[in-house]
Design a protein around this ligand. Structure first.
Ligand code: ZN
Length: 202
């Protein structure tokens, strides 16, 4: 399955000149919600991800996603794995588990995101449910953004990666785009204006 092609075709892989939330500039931007617009595509990708996890012999009781970004990917992955799905959410910026979701002692939980950049939100979600007795057995995402390294891959781990090294991390594709400091950005040098994704209503 060519995940890069799917991202391009669905308009989830944008090309232009972007100001990222890190303050850096990039020629590309991933708008993962777009790749999940079509439930059939979402289901096909989640099944592929589920196969990777099953082949690695990892037992999962529950998939947990940090809202909002991880909800659809996580829900579809739970469906493919045949397990329960829960989510954490931010209340006044603090990640929490609400809505009556309960965790059993040593429940085997996989944390799922749409995309892993540094893994910050995924780590916050794991801390919340670990404190409630869960056992984090894996991380998963549809796409990896070139900062963390996937299990069984040649990806390099960059220092910004927040995922714990000892826990497996699965993703369908690694999008390791170059990012630039604004003063070194070749697109800026060409006089193209950078814009913040979302600022045009997308
Ligand atoms: Zn630039």
């Amino acid at each position: 399955m060519d995940i890069g092609q799917i991202y391009k075709k669905t308009g989830a892989l944008l090309e232009g000149h972007f100001l990222l939330s890190s303050g850096k500039h990039s020629k590309y931007y991933l708008q993962s919600a777009k790749v999940l617009e079509d439930p059939k595509t979402a289901s096909i990708m989640a099944t592929e991800l589920s196969d990777m996890i099953t082949k690695a012999n990892i037992q999962i009781d529950t998939v947990c996603s940090p809202a909002i970004g991880g909800l659809i990917a996580g829900y579809e992955l739970a469906r493919a794995l045949g397990c329960r799905f829960i989510f954490t959410e931010r209340v006044d910026k603090v990640m929490t588990l609400r809505r009556g979701f309960e965790i059993s002692q040593n429940e085997k939980i996989l944390i799922c995101e749409d995309i892993i950049t540094t893994g910050g939100s995924a780590l916050e979600a794991s801390n919340v449910i670990e404190n409630l007795g869960a056992n984090i057995v894996a991380y998963a995402a549809l796409a990896n953004r070139g900062i963390c390294s996937r299990t069984n891959s040649n990806d390099k781990t960059k220092k910004e990666c927040k995922l714990p090294k000892e826990i497996p991390f699965f993703a369908l594709e690694n999008f390791d785009f170059e990012v630039y400091e604004p003063k070194e950005c070749p697109l800026c040098k060409n006089g193209i204006k950078a814009y913040k994704p979302g600022s045009r209503g997308n």
